[in-house]
Design a protein around this ligand. Structure first.
Ligand code: PMP
Length: 358
């Protein structure tokens, strides 16, 4: 079946994104998309860009977008790199900073794309198990020899965050290698490591417009770090494809980043809905730790995750779950609108009642 495939591709097990159903309408709480539309200014920007200049190549250096991101992050433009979603930015970073000789350390339970990149780029990994409560065993990241470190903060799918003090210890424990902090969900209540960039030349922070700015469909992500690290990212990009962020995406992302008021309003709404939802889930027996992300990670102590997942799906509600030891009974539930969370809570309460009565 895999005739003509290269050895590398033949042996790959690719990342599997959350389902995007087309057959029926679901309440979609499975891919951590933002339930609110993007800023109205984004739609205006898209119209203007599309009218103007689709026949031209985009600015490969994304200068205006980088200026907007730099202003928001209080950095210089040459400390910012933009890419086609943070997945691409992560892929470039793995190629820019990691070599095969030493393993890259990251937690056993984290964003599953990291393991896929390790395999695809022919690297090696040292997966460090999270503690039983899913907190990060910080000391192991400080002391174990590594060729680089990757930490999602807050972590996915657990929603738990590490403090900036702990990140400083990890950065200081790995002075010769790059520490990537993937901040896809940072805007939902976690402290950003961006303020440490001036102090640590080995820190690369990666962020995205997909979650807190409601632009998952646009595909814009960025890396923030020392100019030397940013230069390596550009070297990788320009060895593959200089034009990864199209004109419409650049214009729209600028509008989203400049609309600080809308960003504040929507992220605060999500955080508040998240807190209410966690309390409601606990009231009918689910267990879950506080989350700093736009999702909750919860389970019922006696019901199999697969059964609850399926029962929700039958009621038209999609959440995410993995067949992975230690988390197979957990569900990752993206935070939707208040109405969507009402529907989720009502369905879960019913499901728990039905299944525990049996
Ligand atoms: N990092 C983490 C931890 C994520 O969960 C995701 C979303 N799947 C990404 C990065 C990638 O996001 P995007 O490519 O949409 O920026």
């Amino acid at each position: 079946m895999k005739e003509f495939w290269s050895k590398r591709v033949r042996d790959m097990v690719p990342y599997v994104p959350g389902e995007q159903p087309k057959d029926r309408k679901f309440i979609k709480l499975n891919t951590n998309e933002n339930p609110y539309p993007p800023s109205p200014k984004v739609l205006e920007a898209i119209k203007t860009t599309a009218d103007d200049a689709l026949r031209l190549y985009p600015d490969p250096e994304c200068v205006i977008l980088r200026q907007a991101i730099a202003a928001h992050a209080c950095l210089n433009v040459d400390q910012v790199f933009c890419g086609n979603g943070s997945d691409e930015v992560l892929a470039f970073a793995f190629q820019a900073f990691f070599d095969k000789e030493y393993p890259i350390t990251f937690p056993d339970i984290t964003y599953s794309f990291y393991e896929v990149y390790v395999k695809y780029f022919d690297l090696t990994a040292n997966l460090i198990p999270l503690n039983d409560d899913f907190s990060l065993p910080v000391e192991r990241f400080v002391h174990e020899p590594a060729g680089g470190v990757v930490i999602a903060n807050p972590n996915a799918p657990t929603g738990q965050a590490v403090t900036l003090d702990d990140l400083c210890r990890i950065l200081e424990g790995n002075p010769e290698h790059v520490v990537i902090v993937d901040e896809a969900y940072v805007d939902f209540g976690c402290d950003s490591a961006v303020e440490l960039i001036g102090e640590y030349s080995n820190l690369l922070v990666i962020q995205t417009a997909s979650k807190s700015r409601s632009l998952a469909g646009l595909r814009v992500g960025w890396a923030l770090g020392n100019t030397n690290l940013i230069a390596a990212m550009r070297c990788v990009r320009d060895s593959i494809n200089s034009y990864t962020v199209d004109r419409v995406a650049q214009g729209a992302a600028v509008a989203a980043i400049r609309d600080a008021a809308y960003f504040e309003q929507t992220r605060r709404a999500i955080m508040s809905t998240r807190e209410q939802t966690l309390e409601r889930l606990k009231a009918f027996g689910l267990e879950g730790a506080p989350s700093q992300a736009n999702f909750l990670f919860a389970r019922h102590p006696s019901l199999p995750g697969k059964t609850v997942f399926q029962a929700l799906r039958e009621r038209g509600i999609l959440v995410r779950r993995w067949d992975i030891p230690r988390i197979e009974d957990h569900l990752r539930i993206s935070i939707g609108t208040e109405e969507e969370m009402d529907a989720l809570c009502a369905a879960l309460e019913e499901i728990v009642k039905d299944l525990t009565a049996k």
